[in-house]
Design a protein around this ligand. Sequence first.
Ligand SMILES: *[C@@H]1O[C@H](CO)[C@@H](O)[C@H](O)[C@H]1NC(C)=O
Ligand SMILES: *[C@@H]1O[C@H](CO)[C@@H](O)[C@H](O)[C@H]1NC(C)=O
Ligand SMILES: *[C@@H]1O[C@H](CO)[C@@H](O)[C@H](O)[C@H]1NC(C)=O
Length: 294
Amino acid sequence: METNTKFRTSNPDETHVYFLSFSVVMIIEHLFHPVIRDKAVLERTVSYYVRIISHKYLYWNRSLGADHFMLSCHDWGPRATWYVRQLYYNSIRVLCNANTSEHFNPKKDASFPEINLKTGEITGLTGGSPPSNHTVLTFFAGKMHGKLRPTLFQHWMGKDEDVQVYETLPQGISYHEMMKKSRYCICPSGHEVASPRIAEAIYADCVPVLISQHYIFPFSDVLDWDSFTVQVPVTEIPDLKNILEAIPEDQYSRMQERVKQVQRHFLVNNPPERYDVFNMIIPSIWLRRLNVRF
Ligand SMILES: *[C@@H]1O[C@H](CO)[C@@H](O)[C@H](O)[C@H]1NC(C)=O
Ligand SMILES: *[C@@H]1O[C@H](CO)[C@@H](O)[C@H](O)[C@H]1NC(C)=O
Ligand SMILES: *[C@@H]1O[C@H](CO)[C@@H](O)[C@H](O)[C@H]1NC(C)=O
């Protein structure tokens, strides 16, 4: 928002939607004690923040928070909003952890892709490879956590050379190279519904295989996730290989082509560029703002 001033105004009377500029990551980093682990610090800080802005400015009370938005990719993003009813039920929450079992409401909340920016930038992560380089049927590497990964490991770890599933990658094998070499990249939920693998697979021209429950995919207002991903129900994990092998070659090519087409919507640029992740989330917020009438 700071480098692209096109969408920003400091005139409150011109404002369509107000940004709640608290950071869950900063609260955890600076106020949360790693030993005491008192999560009430989230409650105190976020309640205090909303109390201040609602007393200081007229705008919160005017809409009871409905034309205000917060954004968080932290696992505890949803939790940070529990404590203030109006924030939870009225405000637009832009969350990576878009779990409908935790009252993520797609009519007013927006799902944001989880992107793991190890160096702060996406340089080095993007750049797929031609279809002929995708010689491995499917690949996954990641920790055993959450409810459905144990099923994936139980059925596929070390079982079949076409389904390469690892908890730890063997020495000398690169995670990113494996994604570039695979036709399908398995993206299962862990503790939380979102996985940075979805964006990583898209960057690597690898068709994402989504295994999740209660997850609202990012930018679902405009992206047709069925057209560029395979969605496998948890109960069909044992059948994963058959499901992928049964996909005809021309359908695979179409999906892979579309993965390349949607890639630009998951790119992080500074300053933002047309159609990138920033320019996708702005209209998502705007669409939800349109639902509000005073
Ligand atoms: C907004 O409402 C709260 C609670 O009713 C009240 O305490 C506060 O003073 C109001 N804010 C403004 C700016 O009037
Ligand atoms: C495709 O595979 C070939 C042979 O392994 C390799 O030399 C080439 O760099 C790969 N292309 C990309 C874009 O990764
Ligand atoms: C989603 O939310 C429900 C309810 O809080 C929780 O049980 C579940 O573990 C969460 N995560 C996933 C991946 O479903």
